[in-house]
Write a protein that binds this ligand. Structure first.
Ligand SMILES: [Zn+2]
Length: 146
């Protein structure tokens, strides 16, 4: 009796989890791993279930699809720049609370540390995007400093 074997191609789902939503998002990652495919080939790879696949392409896809933050190594959902939610939150807060010197304004550093350390950094990102975002908390120069 022959055994039926099948597979489900979930590249799109894996790409979306890594913040890539278009076939063109994949091209530079393949190129970085020495895989040169035409845009049409990449599009087919993303949109169709391949019947054949070279091992170098498969190895590159497996490497691209890792869910480990490029900065801290945390395994989870990755945002732009292949950073985890906590690292993304940290970068966004750092940018929002920068006092112009490239550092977080010192009196706001404890606020940033507390937000970045929150158990669910996703909530911090939501807060960051919301009405009470730290851009509005950021120190404004006093009239005497202008
Ligand atoms: Zn991280």
């Amino acid at each position: 009796m022959k055994r039926q074997v099948s597979y489900k191609w979930r590249l799109r789902e894996v790409m979306a989890a890594a913040g890539m939503f278009a076939a063109t998002d994949l091209e530079p990652h393949l190129h970085d791993r020495g895989v040169t495919l035409s845009s049409v080939q990449v599009w087919r790879l993303v949109t169709q279930t391949p019947e054949r696949l070279s091992l170098p392409v498969l190895a590159a896809l497996c490497d691209i699809a890792t869910f480990f933050c490029d900065r801290c190594g945390f395994e989870g959902h990755l945002h732009t720049g292949r950073l985890c939610t906590r690292c993304t939150l940290s970068d966004q807060l750092h940018q929002a609370l920068d006092d112009g010197s490239g550092r977080v304004h010192p009196p706001l550093a404890p606020l940033m540390a507390a937000v970045v350390a929150m158990p669910e950094p996703k909530n911090g990102l939501s807060w960051r995007r919301g009405r009470s975002a730290p851009d509005r908390v950021r120190r404004r120069p006093r009239d005497s400093e202008r």
